[in-house]
Structure formats: C-alpha cells, structure tokens
Design a protein around this ligand. Structure first.
Ligand code: HEM
Ligand code: HEM
Length: 198
C-alpha cells in the first residue's frame, strides 16, 4: 500500500521557522565571537563581527515582519491558538511523560514555542539597549548584558534538545519532513499526535 501523508506545516510556517533558525545561528555565532575572548582573538575582526551581529538582528526582525505580512496570516493565527491551548492531557503529559494523547503539538513543543517567542523579544530588547547604551549613557544598565548573555546560555540548552529530537532521536526525527517538505506520514501523526485531525 502506498504511504499516506498529511500536511503538517504550511509554506508560511516553514519559511518563518527557517528564517528564524538561520538568523539565530548567525546571531549565536557572531555573539559567541564577541563573547569568548579566545574566539575574538582567533577571528581577529571584532568590529566586523559586531556589525554582522547588529545587521543580522535588524534583518531578522525585518524578515519576520515581512513573512507575517505577505504570508498566510490566518493559518499562523490558527497555529498560534493551537500552541497556546494547554489542556489537562498536556499537564499530565509533562508530569508523566508520553502518557497522554497529544494534539497537533505536544506539551514540550508548546513550551518550546512560548520560550522561543519570549526569548526573541527579550533578545531584541536587551540587544537594542546594548546598542543604544553605547551611544547614550541614559540607556546603560548594569544588568542588560547579563540578561543578553543569560538568554544565550538558556537558548543553547533548548537548541541542543531541539536538534537532538529533530535530527537524531529515531522516534521523533520524522518531524523534519514536516518542516522541510510540509508533510508527515499519517501513521506517524496518529502515533505521536493522536488528538490532531489534519
Ligand atoms: C534583535 C536581536 C539582537 C540584538 C539587537 C543584539 C545586539 C547586540 C549588541 C548591540 C551587542 C553588543 C556588542 C558588543 O559591543 O560587544 C550584543 C552582544 C552579544 N550578543 Fe546580541 N543581539 C541580538 C540577538 C542575539 C542572539 C539571538 C544571541 C545568541 C543566541 C546573541 C548573543 C550575543 C552575545 C553572546 C553577545 C556578547 C555579549 C558580551 O560581550 O558579553 N545576541 N548583541
Ligand atoms: C538545523 C536547525 C533546526 C532544525 C533541524 C529544526 C527542526 C524543527 C522541526 C522538524 C520542527 C517541527 C516539529 C514538529 O513536527 O512539530 C521544528 C519546530 C520548531 N522549531 Fe526548529 N529546527 C531548527 C532550528 C531551530 C531554531 C534555531 C529555533 C529557535 C531559536 C527553532 C524553534 C522551533 C520552534 C519554536 C518550533 C515549534 C515548536 C516545536 O516543535 O518545538 N528551531 N523545528
């Protein structure tokens, strides 16, 4: 019998994910060169890396606004509502893992999405303040760089977990097909997201 596939992510959702992910990797790489003295020495061009960091941040924000503006906003809003709804099954699933049927997103994915969105805002605010603080002392706060660096550490942990589940862990890595081609196997969807009706 031919394998049956169901649609998981729209073109808009996939574009948003990969725009966000690409910008994040450039910001992480250039941020680490600014942060780790050994890397700064190795690369040697700190002012250039700082420009890369700041312009990527601007391009990242602009690209997200653009994708939302020209993409399927209604679909995005529907996905947002799905990510935002936290029911009893989700709460039990988090306490006793894999024990309850999940919707289109499991409770871990919902938390990951909420943290990713909150961190994006906090990165932008703290990064913006770092930039302004260099130009005007009224915007200089002792904790801004602590927040920016702290977000980087926590994001790194989340990212390692995310990449492990998306690329390595056998039971979940089929999800990568959904984020690249847009579809996943129906039997996989039924097994991992029993309450989801594609
Ligand atoms: C809108 C987003 C962002 C903006 C506007 C921004 C802006 C900045 C600015 C202006 C600096 C100061 C550069 C310097 O003189 O050292 C900085 C440093 C840094 N950024 Fe960002 N950034 C953003 C996102 C990110 C992200 C997503 C990461 C990592 C995942 C990151 C990691 C870092 C690190 C590690 C440093 C070095 C801080 C230090 O020297 O202690 N940034 N950022
Ligand atoms: C090579 C890098 C990456 C790969 C291979 C990847 C893969 C994936 C896949 C396969 C999904 C869909 C999971 C599902 O079927 O529901 C997904 C969702 C998601 N990704 Fe990524 N991703 C990458 C980078 C990133 C980065 C850098 C971020 C944020 C900084 C991110 C944030 C998210 C979020 C918030 C979701 C939706 C919630 C979730 O599934 O956890 N991803 N990613």
């Amino acid at each position: 019998m031919a394998t049956e596939y169901v649609r998981r992510f729209s073109r808009t959702e996939r574009t948003l994910h990969w725009v966000h992910a690409s910008a994040f990797f450039v910001l992480l790489g250039s941020g680490l060169v600014l942060y780790v003295p050994k890397l700064s020495e190795l690369v040697g061009r700190r002012p250039f890396m700082k420009d890369v960091h700041v312009y990527t941040a601007l391009a990242w924000l602009a690209a997200i606004v653009l994708v939302v503006a020209v993409g399927d906003r209604r679909g995005l809003a529907r996905t947002l509502r799905e990510l935002d709804r936290f029911d009893e099954d989700d709460r039990v699933w988090l306490r006793r893992r894999w024990t309850r049927p999940q919707g289109r997103f499991n409770a871990g994915q919902k938390l990951n999405a909420a943290l990713t969105a909150a961190f994006a805002v906090l990165f932008a605010v703290s990064g913006g303040l770092l930039w302004l603080g260099e130009r005007d002392t009224r915007f200089r706060f002792a904790s801004t760089v602590l927040l920016h660096d702290g977000l980087m550490y926590v994001s790194l942990v989340l990212l390692v977990g995310h990449l492990y589940l998306a690329l390595i862990y056998p039971a979940t890595r089929h999800a990568l097909r959904g984020m690249t081609l847009g579809t996943v196997r129906r039997d996989w969807a039924e097994e991992h997201h029993a309450k989801w009706q594609p």
